[in-house]
Design a protein around this ligand. Structure first.
Ligand SMILES: *[C@@H]1O[C@H](CO)[C@@H](O)[C@H](O)[C@H]1NC(C)=O
Ligand SMILES: *[C@@H]1O[C@H](CO)[C@@H](O)[C@H](O)[C@H]1NC(C)=O
Ligand SMILES: *[C@@H]1O[C@H](CO)[C@@H](O)[C@H](O)[C@H]1NC(C)=O
Length: 182
């Protein structure tokens, strides 16, 4: 009951402040991702501003006819962005870990609205490390088994030799004991 109340309150709050997420996406390093906006979402918009971590990375003036999009970020997103004039969707190509984070589109009109996306970039070093272990793992296991077999063999040999020596010792004793009788 208490949880339900908290859930209800948080839903209400997120509704009021427009803090809802419109998508959580996971992208593999090096891939492309498109943050999709529907054409009807940008109805009557004057201009569009995409932000990453509160910095404008792409914008377009929709009132000026045929004005191309502008990409102010020269460092992190250089040559990686494409903003669609028709629907406001933003495509990020050759994504790397430094592009993980929150992206927000501001749809500017008399009363602006927002679309928020969380993008997490999956490093591709992890699966390659796993395949590394998948290759060396069995080899290592075989090596350990061989080592164990070797150790056991050496131990077996030692015991056998000791047994033989004991046996030999007994025989010698017997011979010695028998000697006086000959
Ligand atoms: C995205 O993830 C956050 C937590 O990381 C969660 O609060 C939110 O509800 C998720 N949004 C969607 C649309 O799945
Ligand atoms: C947005 O526009 C582009 C280019 O016209 C198109 O390729 C894409 O499918 C559109 N996306 C949506 C969600 O309408
Ligand atoms: C986001 O901006 C803050 C303040 O400018 C900065 O400290 C932080 O490192 C930035 N985060 C990312 C992921 O760029």
């Amino acid at each position: 009951m208490k949880n339900l109340l908290i859930l209800f309150c948080s839903l209400l709050l997120s509704g009021v402040f427009g803090e809802t997420d419109d998508g959580n996406m996971s992208v593999k390093e090096g891939d492309s991702v498109t943050l999709k906006i529907k054409p009807q979402d940008i109805n009557r918009a004057e201009d569009l501003r995409w932000r990453f971590n509160d910095t404008i990375i792409a914008k377009i003036d929709l009132e000026g006819k045929d004005k191309p999009p502008v990409y102010p970020d020269e460092k992190r997103f250089r040559d990686r962005l494409k903003l669609e004039r028709e629907n406001g969707s933003l495509t990020i190509t050759h994504i790397t870990s430094e592009h993980s984070g929150v992206y927000q589109l501001e749809i500017r009109r008399s009363q602006s609205t927002y679309k928020t996306f969380r993008v997490s970039v999956i490093a591709i070093t992890e699966p390659s490390q796993m395949s590394h272990w998948m290759i060396t793992g069995p080899v290592l296991a075989v090596a350990v088994v061989l080592l164990l077999v070797g150790v056991l063999y050496v131990i077996y040999k030692r015991y056998k030799k000791r047994d033989e020596m004991l046996e030999y010792g007994k025989k010698v004793k017997k011979k010695k004991m028998r000697l006086p009788y000959i």
